[in-house]
Design a protein around this ligand. Structure first.
Ligand code: SAM
Length: 399
């Protein structure tokens, strides 16, 4: 049982929060207590570089950090049942908590696992030299819309070597690290990526769209990149602040958030999560190239996309029921939703309603008012008009 005083202390801290110069606004809407302020911000100390793996609709590490620091202690289990790139479990590990993560897409565990216990740069450099990437045979010539011919050959070489290591059971943490970095570097719009100029790294466009982009920009052939140096350089950057703290072994699973069967009852102290927001993001489409590289058949992954509000609310309720099973009494859920459809649908209220009749005390909706990032503006999300621009977090306590 977690100490109830901790909840009181937390809510008191939130109400009195002035770290970034503004005071918390409190109001009540339909009986729901709201608390809004800038609780975390881009001007805050940067998050650990190990977080710097792009993923569509990921949240900033400061978000789970805010709750982990205040609502858990060293060694406690911290779960995200929709972990994406694994921001919550990684932040938990960096704070000495037990990282626990789940996602329907096997890509998530592939992106997270090696960052929880990274190998050394020496090991990575040495392994990169050992892998015979130049022996690659191009099976997907259509991918040359993204990559130079030689680069494409090397990507195939690396991919088939990794898939063989996986199939034979000899894949180790160094291979997994290299796979994670390669996946992250596949497409992007700057020099440090394996592709030529494309859309942002977390949003691979289709081959047809890339072909059109190439015609528009008069690109006949994409530039060649050195696969080994691109991977090594990104590894240096990810590892520049060293490894996570010692933390209890991670529990990672792949499956539905509403049934994380490998997790025992009452094994989690805090859940920090954000589910898919209706049909706003096409996770399968955005990750198709990454999944190809990892040998994942994305058409077999049943990623939730909900057009209707009722179906979304049922999904949330089912997940909250599962969270009630795995949480310790007194444990908390911080359930984040973005602003969608120009603020006409208040997803946070749907989460609040979905928690009715379940064994939770509904504490508050906490809103982080944040400045928009450059990337978000650049890719067409206007502040206060569309897209997801504030973090709205429903805070629940397991009774
Ligand atoms: C908003 S993203 C989470 C991003 C995450 N907070 C991060 O920082 O990277 C939602 C995630 O839910 C996953 N997902 C969709 N349907 C799911 C389901 N039924 N069960 C588990 N995960 C699911 C998607 O694959 C996606 O990674």
């Amino acid at each position: 049982m977690q100490n109830p005083d901790l909840t009181e202390q937390f809510l008191d801290d939130v109400k009195k929060f002035t770290d970034f110069g503004t005071t918390t606004r409190l109001w009540n809407d339909d009986g729901i207590p709201y608390m809004a302020n800038e609780f975390w911000t881009s001007s805050q100390r940067k998050s650990h570089p190990l977080h710097e793996i792009s993923y569509r609709a990921c949240f900033k590490a400061q978000l789970p950090g805010f709750f982990i620091d205040r609502l858990t202690k060293i060694g406690d289990g911290v779960l995200d049942p929709f972990m994406g790139r694994g921001t919550t479990p990684l932040q938990a590990a960096l704070s000495g908590r037990m990282p626990i993560g789940n996602d329907i897409n096997p890509l998530s565990a592939i992106l997270l696992e090696p960052r929880l216990n990274p190998p050394s740069l020496n090991q990575i450099g040495q392994r990169l030299q050992e892998i015979p990437i130049e022996k690659g045979i191009i099976e997907r010539d259509d991918l040359s819309v993204f990559f130079g011919k030689q680069t494409l050959r090397d990507i195939h070489g690396l991919r088939s070597w990794l898939l063989q290591r996986e199939a034979s059971g000899s894949i180790d943490i160094v291979d997994k690290w290299i796979r994670m970095v390669a996946i992250n570097r596949l497409t992007g719009h700057s020099i440090g990526y394996l592709s030529g100029r494309t859309l942002p790294p977390n949003q691979a466009v289709s081959i047809r769209s890339q072909a059109k982009i190439n015609i528009r920009n008069n690109i006949q052939e994409q530039p060649e990149k050195n696969v080994r140096s691109v991977i090594l350089k990104k590894s240096q950057s990810l590892l520049k602040q060293g490894n996570p703290l010692l933390h209890p072994p991670a529990i990672l699973s792949t499956g539905l958030a509403r049934n994380i069967h490998i997790l025992p009852d009452s094994s989690v102290t805090l859940v920090v999560t954000s589910p898919p927001f209706l049909d706003i993001v096409d996770y399968a489409g955005d990750n198709w190239l990454r999944c190809w590289f990892a040998g994942i058949d994305i058409s077999n992954v049943s990623i939730d996309i909900h057009k209707g509000i009722q179906a979304w609310k049922i999904m949330v309720k089912e997940v909250l029921i599962e969270m009630a099973r795995v949480l310790v009494p007194g444990g908390h859920i911080a359930f984040e939703v973005g602003e969608v459809r120009k603020g006409t649908i208040m997803l946070e209220k749907l989460v609040w309603e979905a928690a009715c009749g379940l064994p939770y005390e509904k504490l508050a909706i906490i809103i982080n008012e944040q400045n928009f990032t450059k990337t978000a503006n650049m890719w067409g999300v206007d502040n206060n008009s569309k897209g997801t621009n504030t973090n709205r977090i429903v805070l629940l306590r397991r009774v």
